[in-house]
Write a protein that binds this ligand. Structure first.
Ligand SMILES: Nc1nc2[nH]c(SCCc3ccc(S(N)(=O)=O)cc3)nc2c(=O)[nH]1
Length: 275
């Protein structure tokens, strides 16, 4: 399965590791790099050296309880880092839901848009339809500020699958080719522990067929709830979650710990007969 990401074409017949570059001041996992472009760029390059085959740059926190970031603040944090990473050799994804940020990032060389609102904001479909960038469509119930207060599902897997299928249809209707799309169940985005566990246990049933899947479990609270570990002590659980996501068909892993995840993926790939 191939994913078209601007000038890059990703062969997703084997798993790829996407390194998280958090440009917010209040990152949930203590990795915020908002105060220094140089530090953020150095971190991004270190992730590439560690084996990241995509990077995800985010300048607005979407952790539970996060308040929205202004357009100006998001652009001010994002663009210097994106511009400094031009020519880095791997596709740069931008974690944003604002069409204006999408347009500016695509003009500055971003190869993928990672939208936690799945292009539902006015103007978002048009902003990416004009490009040939990759697009990640993610499921979220509610919005970051309140999504974890009381998530409720009648049919979790069906609701996630139907939501994503509807967003795929909307994207295709806007002229966005299927080979540009990757889908994501949105671990921790309006999901209680039992919802996150059910998604991990039955991942294929939550996803419309025939499209690649991205999973982002790294350091998330579901792992803390299952292990009792604080956010900085969740690497073993994050690796276990990553491999379970691969078992469930995910082929892009969005992680903080690139080198460790690459090692876990190497073991998984060998056991699956992948080179
Ligand atoms: N496609 C995609 N993009 C993402 N961007 C983020 S930022 C993390 C926001 C957050 C932090 C912590 C919790 S919690 N309460 O579960 O620990 C939830 C959400 N994540 C993802 C993800 O998964 N996919």
């Amino acid at each position: 399965m191939k994913l078209q990401c601007g000038k890059f074409q990703l062969d997703l017949s084997r798993p790829r590791v996407m390194g998280i570059v958090n440009l917010t001041p209040d990152s949930f996992s203590g990795d915020g790099l908002a105060d220094s472009t140089a530090r953020a760029v150095a971190h991004a390059r270190a992730q590439i050296d560690a084996g990241a085959e995509l990077l995800d740059l985010g300048a607005e926190s979407s952790r539970p309880g996060a308040v929205p970031t202004s357009l100006d603040d998001e652009l001010r944090r994002l663009l210097p880092v994106l511009e400094a990473l031009a020519g880095c050799g791997v596709p740069i994804s931008i974690d944003t839901y604002k069409p204006e940020v999408m347009r500016a990032a695509l003009a500055a060389g971003a190869a993928m848009i990672n939208d936690i609102y799945a292009l539902r904001m006015p103007g978002a479909l048009a902003a990416v339809a004009e490009s040939d960038c990759g697009v990640c469509l993610m499921h979220m119930q509610g919005e970051p500020l309140t999504m974890q207060q009381s998530p409720v599902y009648d049919d979790l897997l069906g609701e996630v699958r139907h939501f994503l299928a509807a967003r795929v249809a909307a994207a295709q209707a806007a002229g966005i080719a299927r080979d540009r799309l990757v889908l994501d169940p949105g671990f921790g985005f309006g999901k209680a522990l039992e919802n996150n566990v059910a998604l991990l246990r039955h991942l294929p049933a939550a996803m419309p067929p025939g499209l690649p899947v991205l999973a982002g479990l790294s350091r998330k609270s579901m792992l803390g709830q299952l292990t009792g570990r604080a956010v900085g002590e969740r690497l073993p659980a994050s690796l276990a979650g990553a491999l379970l996501a691969l078992e469930g068909g995910a082929r892009i892993l969005r992680v903080h710990d690139v080198a460790a995840t690459r090692d876990a993926v190497a073991v998984w790939s060998a056991a699956h007969g992948l080179v």
